[in-house]
Design a binder for this molecule. Structure first.
Ligand code: HEC
Length: 87
């Protein structure tokens, strides 16, 4: 991992927002008709890189830009650590 180590416990409360859309297999998806990429089982660096790209505007998606805008690099690493530990 090239990123700062994520703290899963710190990421857990922040990740609840994400899970509202990015439903994991063990969670009930509240938007059954809403297509979102699955995050569980992804590589943490991949999630952090995607969040940074949204924040900087390199990836253009209104919803995810709004999500990423308020996150610090450490927040992103923490959230990624939590999400990717879920299967
Ligand atoms: C309101 C619904 C919603 C919420 C809340 C949300 N996302 Fe997303 N997310 C999406 C959608 C829709 C996409 C696909 C966007 C696109 O096509 O670029 C996406 C894309 C992503 C991607 C890129 C995945 C890929 O394979 O390209 C990542 C990483 C991601 N979200 C992480 C998060 C994280 C972390 C959070 C919580 C901080 C979060 N999302 C909150 C809807 C949401």
């Amino acid at each position: 991992m090239g990123q700062a180590a994520g703290d899963m416990e710190a990421g857990k409360p922040m990740a609840q927002t994400c899970l509202g859309c990015h439903g994991l297999p063990s969670y009930t998806n509240v938007y059954p008709t809403y297509h979102v990429p699955k995050l569980g089982g992804q590589h943490p660096d991949y999630i952090v890189a995607a969040l940074k790209a949204y924040k900087k505007g390199e990836r253009d998606h209104g919803t995810m830009r709004a999500q990423a805008a308020s996150l610090s690099d450490q927040d992103m690493a923490d959230i990624a650590a939590y999400l990717t530990a879920q299967e």
